[in-house]
Design a protein around this ligand. Structure first.
Ligand SMILES: NC(=O)C1=CN([C@@H]2O[C@H](COP(=O)(O)OP(=O)(O)OC[C@H]3O[C@@H](n4cnc5c(N)ncnc54)[C@H](O)[C@@H]3O)[C@@H](O)[C@H]2O)C=CC1
Ligand SMILES: O=C(O)C(=O)COP(=O)(O)O
Length: 468
C-alpha cells in the first residue's frame, strides 16, 4: 500500500469526510463537529466570512505546467478540487488564480515571488513537481506558513543520461553533421572529432546529478574531476579539485550541475572561459543564469570553446511555441549562428520515467501535508512526522502551530494544551521558523475552538491548523 493511501485513506474514512472541520478564523464558529478523526484544517490567514462543514472537496488545487497524470490521479483520488493547466501563467493571471487556492503545483517556470505569494491568502502548500526550487521565494513562504515540497532526485538520472548523450554528440559534431544531411549535404570529416575515452570530464556541482553522471562517464572510460563548495565523497575513481579554476584548466568537457543561487549567477563568464583548455566543451543543464551567454558566444567564436550544449536559458517561455523570434532570448540569432552547439528546450528532466515518478512523489508529499500536517521532505519548514491519526481514537485532535522561533513559545503553547491529554508532541525549528505538532486526546469541539483561538492570539503565531 502506498504511503498516500496509508495516511490519507484509512479504512472507513470516505463516509466521514463530510463531517470534518474547516480550520477557522478566530471569529468563526464551528459547524458540524466531527466525532471521529479526520484530516482537515485549511489555512486561515484571511478570515473566512462564514464557516462551512469541511470535506476534501473543499481543498482547491491548481496544477500548472503539465504536471504528470500520476500526480493528478493521486490528488483527485483524495476528492480535492483539481484544476489542471498545461502551461504556466503570466503573473497577472497567476495572481488572480492563486488567491483562491489552498495548494499550487508548479514546475520550473512558474515564479512564486513574494509579490505573488502575498496575494495567496489561502495557500497552505506549494508542490514543485521538479528538482529546482529557485523559482519560489522559500523564505517568504516559510515566514507565512506556506510549506514547499519538491522531488529531490526523481529526474537526476534523466539529466545525467542527456549529458552523456551531449558529450558524445559534441565530441563527434553530430548536430552539425545531421543538420548538413537535413540540408542535403554529405560532409564526411574526422578533423577535430574525438572519442571520449580517456578524456577528462569536469563536473561543477557534485550532487545528485553530478555524482550520477560521474558513474556513467567513468563507465565509458572518461576521467572525472569535480568541484563543489562542499567536500564530498568521490564515487569510483573521480577526484575532487579544490577550485573552479583548477577544474577548468584540466577538463576537456565542463558540465554544470549547481543550483541557481546568487553565487552561481554568471559562474562561467569571460574569466572562466579564459581558464578553460583550448578546444574544450561546455554543457549547461542546470539553470540559465549560471552561464554568461555573450561570453560563451565570444569564446566559441574565438575557438576557445569547440562546442556547447545549452538546455536552460536566462529567460524561458511559459509555453511551447516560437522562442527565438520572441524577445525572451536576445542572443537567439548569435547562438543559432554558431557551429557545434546543441540547443534544447529545458528537457533535461523530461522523460516519461522521471515525470511519472515526480508526479507520485510530490503528490504524496502534498497529501501527507494537507491531511496529516507531516512536513517530511519540505524544503523550507522543519521536517516533522507523526503517525497518521486513526478512526478508533475519538476525541483526538492534531494541533499544528507554525510560529516564529522566539523564546518562550513552547511554555505558552503547553499552558494552552495543559488541560488536555497530550499524547505526543514534536517541535523543531529551521532558522526563524518553528513547527510544532501535538496530538491531544479528550478534546470536545469547544475545546478545539478554544485551543485554536488561544494559539491564534499568541504573538509568535504564523499559522494554526487543527486536524480532527
Ligand atoms: N535541465 C533540467 O531539466 C534540470 C535541471 N536541474 C538543475 O540542476 C541543478 C542541480 O541538481 P541536483 O544535482 O539534483 O542538485 P543537488 O542539490 O543534489 O546538487 C547541487 C550541488 O551543487 C553544489 N553547489 C552549490 N552551490 C555551488 C557553488 N557555488 N559552487 C560549486 N558547487 C555548488 C552543492 O553543494 C551540491 O553538491 C538543480 O538545482 C536544477 O537547477 C535539475 C533537474 C532537471
Ligand atoms: O527539476 C528541475 O529543476 C528542472 O529543471 C526540470 O524542470 P521542469 O520540470 O522540466 O520544468
Amino acid at each position: 500500500m502506498s504511503a498516500a493511501r496509508d495516511i490519507a485513506q484509512p479504512q472507513g474514512i470516505e463516509e466521514r469526510r463530510v463531517s470534518y472541520s474547516l480550520s477557522t478564523s478566530p471569529t468563526a464558529t464551528f459547524a458540524s463537529p466531527s466525532s471521529s478523526f479526520m484530516a482537515g484544517g485549511l489555512p486561515h490567514r484571511a478570515a473566512p466570512k462564514q464557516l462551512k462543514p469541511f470535506h476534501t472537496g473543499d481543498v482547491k488545487i491548481l496544477l500548472l505546467e503539465n504536471v504528470n497524470q500520476t500526480g493528478r490521479d493521486i490528488l483527485k483520488g483524495q476528492g480535492y478540487q483539481v484544476e489542471f493547466l498545461k502551461t504556466s501563467l503570466p503573473e497577472d493571471q497567476l495572481i488572480e488564480k492563486i488567491r483562491d487556492v489552498h495548494v499550487i503545483g508548479i514546475r520550473s517556470k512558474t515564479k512564486l515571488t513574494a509579490k505573488v505569494l502575498q496575494e495567496a491568502k489561502n495557500l497552505l502548500v506549494v508542490g514543485c513537481f521538479c528538482i529546482g526550487t529557485n523559482q519560489v521565494d522559500l523564505d517568504y513562504a516559510a515566514k507565512h506558513g506556506i510549506a514547499v515540497f519538491n522531488s529531490p532526485f526523481a529526474n537526476s538520472r534523466s539529466v545525467a543520461e542527456l549529458v552523456i548523450a551531449e558529450i558524445i554528440t559534441l565530441a563527434r559534431q553530430l548536430g552539425d553533421r545531421s543538420n548538413e544531411m537535413h540540408r542535403g549535404t554529405w560532409n564526411k570529416v574526422s578533423a577535430k572529432c574525438w572519442e571520449i575515452r580517456g578524456k577528462t570530464l569536469g563536473i561543477v556541482g557534485y550532487g545528485h546529478i553530478g555524482s550520477q553522471l560521474s558513474v556513467l562517464a567513468e563507465a565509458m572510460g572518461m576521467s572525472v574531476i569535480y568541484y563543489d563548495i562542499l567536500t564530498l565523497m568521490a564515487i569510483g575513481t573521480a577526484k575532487q579539485v579544490p577550485t573552479l579554476d583548477a577544474l577548468l584548466q584540466e577538463a576537456d568537457f565542463v558540465t554544470l550541475h549547481v543550483p541557481e543561487t546568487p553565487e552561481t549567477k554568471n559562474m562561467i563568464s569571460t574569466k572562466q572561459f579564459g581558464q578553460m583548455k583550448k578546444g574544450s566543451y561546455l554543457i549547461n543543464a542546470s539553470r540559465g543564469t549560471v552561464v554568461d551567454i555573450p561570453a560563451l558566444i565570444n569564446a566559441m567564436r574565438d575557438g576557445k570553446v569547440a562546442g556547447a550544449a545549452l538546455d536552460v536559458y536566462p529567460n524561458e517561455p511559459a509555453a511551447n511555441g516560437d522562442y527565438f523570434n520572441s524577445n525572451l532570448n536576445q542572443w537567439g540569432e548569435d547562438l543559432r549562428g554558431l557551429s557545434n552547439i546543441i540547443l534544447t528546450p529545458h528537457i533535461g528532466g523530461s522523460t516519461e520515467e522521471a515525470q511519472r515518478a515526480i508526479g507520485v512523489e510530490v503528490a504524496e508529499a502534498l497529501v501527507r501535508y494537507i491531511n496529516q500536517g507531516v512536513t517530511l521532505g519540505s524544503v523550507n519548514l522543519p521536517e516533522i512526522a507523526m503517525r497518521a491519526l486513526t478512526l478508533d481514537e475519538p476525541e483526538h485532535a492534531r494541533v499544528i502551530y507554525i510560529h516564529r522561533n522566539v523564546p518562550g513559545v513552547l511554555r505558552k503553547v503547553n499552558e494552552i494544551l495543559a488541560e488536555h491529554n497530550v499524547d505526543k508532541q514534536i517541535s523543531d525549528s529551521k532558522g526563524d521558523i518553528a513547527y510544532l505538532m501535538a496530538d491531544v486526546s479528550s478534546v470536545k469541539t469547544d475545546d478545539i475552538k478554544n485551543i485554536r483561538d488561544s494559539l491564534d492570539s499568541l504573538n509568535s503565531r504564523i499559522l494554526t491548523r487543527i486536524l480532527y
